[in-house]
Design a protein around this ligand. Structure first.
Ligand code: HEC
Length: 139
């Protein structure tokens, strides 16, 4: 093989590898300011959190994991790592409005739940997502 074609092959392999790595790292996901500022109208009562937990296990756990750590059974077939809701730092960077917006609109492998779950249910999920980082912090 000529040196040049060897180099070309190496470049292709490198590009593929970089693409794979890129797919696993988080791309910035900007949220419109108005969505960010939206206040959560649903109080995090025990009853509402229990509903949130059920909704989460039914709709989200396959990817995000039962404990919200992003290690659900589907994590290996996804090219983007589902977010880890037990990561207190990541969660602190999100307002309730931002989480609600991302759940509603989705992106690529994160499905949009706007038409699948009512607003009330999506806010209940936001409240439930908050419990993962809190319970981890207590350990
Ligand atoms: C098919 C797999 C899948 C399902 C089901 C799923 N998600 Fe996701 N979710 C993802 C992936 C992958 C990402 C990362 C998306 C990205 O960064 O492009 C994500 C990201 C998110 C984010 C954004 C967090 C961040 O890091 O910015 C939130 C919030 C979220 N998911 C909530 C939910 C909720 C709530 C449900 C259930 C109602 C759910 N997801 C169901 C795969 C899934």
């Amino acid at each position: 093989m000529k040196v040049l074609s060897k180099l070309a092959l190496a470049a292709v392999v490198l590009l593929l590898f970089a693409g794979l790595l890129y797919g696993h790292t988080k791309k910035p996901w900007p949220v419109p300011a108005a969505a960010k500022a939206r206040k959560n109208p649903v109080a995090a009562t025990a009853e509402s959190l229990a509903t949130g937990a059920k909704l989460f296990q039914r709709n989200c756990a396959v990817c995000h994991g039962e404990t919200g750590d992003g290690k659900g059974p589907w994590q290996n077939i996804l090219t983007t790592q589902p977010s880890d809701f037990a990561d207190a730092h990541m969660m602190a960077e999100h307002t309730d409005g931002e989480l609600f917006w991302k759940i509603s609109t989705g992106r690529e492998q994160m499905p949009a739940f706007e038409k699948k779950l009512s607003e009330q249910k999506r806010w209940q999920l936001v409240n439930y997502l908050r419990t993962f980082a809190r319970s981890k912090g207590k350990k």
